[in-house]
Ligand binder design. Structure first.
Ligand code: AMP
Length: 266
């Protein structure tokens, strides 16, 4: 596996291969959810590139950034074992040589004011900035992202349209533990007991109302809830709870860790 920290070196390597490129952007602390994206990329493209970059511009909460798990050596080992061809793990100054004060902004419309956009101001602008920069560096044929971050996929699709990009966005299903907990790097901050309490999210998808879902989360140790929402899976516009086809999304705090998840009912 080739390893790069400089954009210029990554680019000269990728251009020399002349192969179709699949790209998987991550923030590291890799788990089976990330590796499923690498697997999908390997099936669809000749060369798979993964990036590991904890992007400061997408954290609206500084303590979330400070506590974000960093496990670079273990990540590199997992990527090697997964058969990833190249990994890019730039420094903050490599990604933002002119600092982060004056960055490009994207007209994301209502996507930025609902759900995650509402509770994490600036988050999606930061996501767009970094994905746009990474795409310029990697110039992939296909981009692989997880439905665990459902709204992020819609935002990145919008960014691709705004930038007239020809990159194809491939959506991959959420990978869960055997019990149903959506895998997430932030789960590393949960105790074993909290991981069991967190299953209230997965079980809650089967409850028939928003208030029953919220009540169950609170009874299972969640300290606060940003939202439980029911939307149309295509437009992300709110609709009556449980009326199919729909997507139920949740964001809630357990032990100070913000967990998100979603499930589609077709
Ligand atoms: P992150 O490192 O959390 O920024 O995630 C990097 C990519 O992995 C994003 O496209 C996520 O949606 C995806 N991802 C994270 N967790 C999962 C999961 N449990 N299943 C599938 N994809 C995931």
């Amino acid at each position: 596996m080739k390893q790069f920290q400089k954009t210029s070196e990554l680019q000269s390597y990728l251009q020399s291969t002349g192969k179709s490129i699949g790209f998987v952007p991550t923030m590291g602390a890799l788990h089976e959810g990330h590796l499923a994206l690498i697997e999908a990329s390997k099936k669809a493209c000749e060369l798979s590139v993964c990036s590991i970059f904890v992007n400061p511009t997408q954290f609206n909460d500084p303590s979330d950034f400070d506590k974000y798990p960093v496990t670079l050596e273990a990540d590199l080992e997992k990527l090697r074992n997964a058969g990833c061809d190249a990994v890019f793990y730039p420094s903050v100054s490599e990604m933002y040589p002119n600092g982060t004060a004056d960055l490009k902004s994207y007209n994301l419309g209502f996507l930025e004011t609902i759900l995650e956009g509402k509770y994490r101001p600036g988050h999606f602008q930061g996501v767009c900035v970094v994905v746009d920069l990474l795409l310029q560096a990697v110039q992939p044929t296909k981009l692989f992202m997880g439905e665990k971050d459902y709204q992020q996929i819609a935002v990145v699709q919008k960014m691709l349209e705004l930038t007239n990009s020809s990159v194809e966005l491939v959506k991959c299903p959420t990978v869960r533990s055997a019990e149903g907990l959506a895998l997430s790097s932030r789960n590393a901050r949960l105790s074993e007991e909290q991981k069991i309490q967190a299953l209230a999210i997965y079980k809650g998808f089967n409850l028939s109302s928003e208030s029953a879902f919220k009540q169950s989360l609170l009874e299972n140790g969640f300290e606060s809830i940003d939202y439980v929402a029911c939307v149309d899976p295509t437009t992300l516009l709110e609709k009556p709870y449980g009326e199919k086809p729909c997507l139920i999304l949740v964001a809630a705090f357990l032990g100070g860790v913000r967990l998100i998840d979603n499930k589609t009912f077709s």
